[in-house]
Design a binder for this molecule. Structure first.
Ligand code: 5GP
Length: 300
């Protein structure tokens, strides 16, 4: 019989794996700060509300040096001024140090972190839903708007997560009581709309909000909120779009033909948008959208 490793060895292997995972997670946080995807205050907010998070374990020095335009010398100077020890981790800061560091960052990054509304639109089957699902999974700091729709749920769709599935009467009521920021009949069939109150609340709280809606919706949001940033998701090629559209298999041929025609018209609208993102790889496209959200919050 071969000797079995002692439990302490097993523990050590598990511990070193956990340490590698934690280091990777901290590196991802630093990368997000360095690329404007997140602010240093956003990271500290997470660190202080969740002591188990990767953010909590990040050294303050590393956080500060990740901030674009803040080099190691400047970071060391700030830490000395604020009385923060070189090796201090975000969650290890005392109450006074937290207040001082926060004040410093507010002065640097601007008083109120403005909320930003970003609309992700694009032709049918380009993968808007997949990109926004990826953002929901991987960027929890971004609030995804949950639309109301009169279409019935597809298998696996959850009420309140993917959509609020409502009756025609309920949709009528929402329109009448001005609860929708915009609404549209999509593909000549069902109605879809964006509930307004959760968006107002999130924006007031300085959050970044993502709306994944159709082109008419994007235009209506622009008319309502001229500050909203419009991002157009493009397929790598038209052929790829057709393949994605027909490959989904959830709609009958007549519905597919209708959607293809809609897609053709929608593609022509890309010039109305602030940015275009090509959806070749879902993760890369999602990251690009998130980075645009951060860049855009610095726009007037
Ligand atoms: P699906 O039925 O495949 O989930 O979505 C059909 C289309 O409706 C997609 O193009 C999606 O972007 C759009 N859509 C989803 N929610 C809304 C909304 O709240 N408003 C508008 N205007 N379009 C929406």
């Amino acid at each position: 019989m071969s000797p079995r490793p002692d439990p302490p060895d097993v523990d050590r292997v598990a511990a070193s794996r956990a340490a590698v995972a934690a280091r990777r997670a901290r590196a991802a946080v630093k990368h997000d700060v360095a690329t404007h995807a997140r602010t240093a205050r956003d990271v500290l907010d997470t660190a202080w509300s969740n002591p188990e998070s990767a953010e909590a374990g990040l050294r303050v020095r590393e956080l500060l040096t990740s901030v674009p335009t803040l080099g190691p010398v400047r970071a060391a100077k700030i830490m000395a001024e604020l009385g923060i020890a070189e090796s201090k981790r975000a969650a290890g800061l005392g109450i006074r140090q937290r207040a001082e560091l926060w004040k410093y960052l507010v002065g640097r990054e601007g008083g109120v972190q403005p909320g930003r509304l970003v609309v992700l639109a694009g032709p049918t089957a380009v993968g808007k839903g997949t990109v926004s699902a990826y953002i929901r999974e991987n960027y929890p700091e971004i609030q995804l708007s949950v639309s109301a729709t009169t279409r019935p749920p597809r298998p696996g769709e959850i009420d309140g997560v993917h959509y609020y599935f409502v009756s025609d009467a309920e949709f009528d009521r929402m329109i009448a009581s001005h609860e929708l920021l915009e609404w549209a009949v999509v593909h000549n069939s069902y109605r879809y709309g964006t509930p307004k109150p959760p968006i107002d609340a999130a924006l007031q709280a300085g959050k970044r909000v993502l709306l994944e809606i159709d082109l008419q919706g994007a235009r209506n949001v622009r008319a309502e909120l001229p500050n909203a940033l419009l991002v157009f998701l493009l397929p790598p090629t038209w052929d790829e779009l057709v393949r994605r559209l027909t490959g989904r298999g959830t709609e009958d041929p007549a519905e597919q033909a209708r959607r293809l025609e809609t897609a053709r018209v929608e593609l022509a609208a890309q010039d109305e948008f602030d940015y275009r993102v090509i959806n070749t790889d879902v993760g890369a496209a999602a990251r690009e959208v998130v980075e645009l959200m951060a860049v855009s919050s610095n726009r007037p």
